[in-house]
Design a protein around this ligand. Structure first.
Ligand SMILES: *Cc1c(COP(=O)(O)O)cnc(C)c1O
Length: 232
């Protein structure tokens, strides 16, 4: 299927899920997860109306982003994959937002580098909610500790939370995972009411309609838009 057609199909399903769950389409952002896909595919998606892209690896992103931005000036890139400390400096120049902030050591490096380079960066804190993926903060206490570290840092702006549900055909564990993220956000909103918690990044090709029903505000969709990556 062509990217423009695939995107249209995804858009239809998003709209239907919005209607089913009484949500407004404009309250949900759609990200195209473009890892393992060439620059030309991103440009095609951009020409079909997509503006937000997610990449998993810093090195791959660094080789693609400048070329894409030169053709698609108002597009935006987020990092959604695990970030090593020694790649934080490069990430600051590439991404508007790091969605995969998943451990204290990374938080410390982000604070240090963004302050030193005086570069502002948006962050989502990743919470571990499913059995399969290992990444993410393990519990609320770990999130609180991270927030307490980040809040005094003027260059970092927390915008919400991210999670990955288990990959399964069974809706139960997927819903539990999304509900756990929503619940964690409620606790954070109570504890840090001045803070912005608007972003709930959850929902991938396999489960985005469920994610909409469970309150997602940002969908990260790869395969359903770009097809299966050739070498993943
Ligand atoms: C790859 C990836 C996605 C997209 O997955 P699809 O199943 O291809 O839609 C979303 N989020 C994260 C964190 C990913 O690594």
């Amino acid at each position: 299927m062509k990217i423009a057609e695939a995107l249209e199909l995804v858009e239809e399903k998003i709209q239907k899920a919005c209607e089913r769950s009484g949500r407004k389409r404009e309250d949900i952002r759609l990200m195209g997860v473009s890892k393992f896909h060439p620059e030309t595919d991103l440009v095609k998606a951009y020409n079909a109306g997509l503006r937000l892209f997610g990449e998993s690896r810093v090195q791959e992103a660094a080789s693609k982003i400048p070329g894409v931005i030169s053709q698609c000036p108002d597009c935006e890139f987020h990092l959604i994959g695990s970030l090593q400390r020694n790649k934080v400096k490069t990430s600051l120049t590439l991404f508007e937002c790091i969605q995969s902030v998943d451990r204290e050591e990374l938080v410390e490096e982000l604070i240090k580098r963004s302050s030193a380079q005086n570069t502002s960066l948006k962050l989502l804190l990743e919470l571990h909610t499913g059995e399969e993926s290992k990444s993410g903060f393990q519990d609320l206490d770990a999130l609180y500790k991270a927030v307490d570290l980040i809040l005094p840092c003027k260059t970092l702006q927390i915008q919400g939370l991210m999670t990955m549900a288990p990959y399964t055909r069974d809706q139960g564990p997927i819903r539990n995972s999304f509900r756990a993220l929503n619940k964690a956000r409620n606790f954070l909103m109570q504890r840090y009411p001045e803070q912005n918690w608007s972003m709930l990044s959850m929902g991938m090709s396999n489960d985005y309609e469920i994610a909409i029903e469970e309150g997602s505000t940002l969908l990260r969709i790869g395969t359903a838009i770009f097809g299966a990556p050739s070498h993943a």
